[in-house]
Design a protein around this ligand. Structure first.
Ligand SMILES: [Zn+2]
Length: 126
C-alpha cells in the first residue's frame, strides 16, 4: 500500500511538536500496524493519522472545495484515498487501537490540538 503524500509533512510536525511538548511519547510511521500510522502512542493504545485536506478529501475550503477543476479525475483519486483511509482506520481499530484523525487545516489550531490531547489522555492505560 503506497503512502499518500510524504512522511514528515508540516501538519504532522506541528502535531508531533505539540504532543511532545505536552509530555506524550510516541513512535513514528509504525510499519507493523495497518496503514503505517503517522504517530503511534503505545501507552495510550492510540494512533494518529494526519491527513492532508486535498488528497484525503476533507470537507473544508482546502479539501473538497478545491477539487473543482478537472473534477472527475480528482474526485476519483480522492474518493479512492478516502476509501483507503477508512479501511486503514477499521483495520487498526480491529486490533484494539483507538484512532484519531487530524486534518491539515486543524493541525495549527491550538484548540484542536488541545481536544486531541484530551481524547488521547482518556485512553491512558493503567
Ligand atoms: Zn481541512
Amino acid at each position: 500500500m503506497k503512502r499518500v503524500g510524504r512522511a514528515d509533512t508540516a501538519p504532522e510536525m506541528a502535531v508531533r511538536r505539540h504532543l511532545h511538548r505536552r509530555g506524550f511519547r510516541y513512535r513514528l510511521h509504525v510499519r507493523d500496524l495497518p496503514g503505517t500510522p503517522d504517530i503511534v502512542l503505545p501507552r495510550y493504545r492510540t494512533v494518529v493519522f494526519v491527513h492532508g485536506c486535498f488528497w484525503h478529501g476533507h470537507d473544508c475550503p482546502h479539501g473538497v472545495a478545491r477539487a473543482r477543476s478537472n473534477a472527475d479525475y480528482w474526485n476519483g483519486k480522492i474518493e479512492q484515498n478516502r476509501r483507503r483511509d477508512e479501511s486503514k482506520v477499521d483495520a487498526v481499530r480491529e486490533l484494539g487501537w483507538n484512532v484519531e484523525v487530524v486534518w491539515e487545516c486543524e493541525a495549527g489550531d491550538p484548540r484542536e490540538l488541545a481536544r486531541l490531547e484530551r481524547r488521547i489522555g482518556r485512553r491512558m492505560r493503567r
